[in-house]
Design a protein around this ligand. Sequence first.
Ligand code: HEC
Length: 91
Amino acid sequence: MNRPLFALVLTLTLLPSAQAGDATKGRQLVDKHCQSCHGSEVYTRPDRRVTSLDGLHKQVRRCELALGLTWFDNEIDDVSAYLDQRYYKFK
Ligand code: HEC
């Protein structure tokens, strides 16, 4: 493997935010894109539909597709991390 490629692979491997999701970025995405149909009341209502972290990822994906956006998986992770930390608190 040549050296620049090796350095890149090493950097990507060591990046901590690779899978965990970045709640700060997630918050920016939600503030920018996700206020047109509902506000945060759906995340906190007593009969909310999402009951697991996995379900949260799926719902974020559904709403993102309804908006016609084309987010990457890591953006779904960021938004899920933000909603989980701020509202759902699954972990
Ligand atoms: C096109 C309209 C629309 C947009 C835009 C939208 N949503 Fe939704 N969202 C809905 C509807 C409809 C529901 C279901 C409400 C219900 O069940 O009463 C929902 C529910 C949800 C829930 C589940 C709430 C619960 O009950 O636990 C989450 C999480 C969610 N949306 C996240 C998002 C995120 C993140 C975005 C931005 C990408 C977004 N939504 C943008 C229509 C939308």
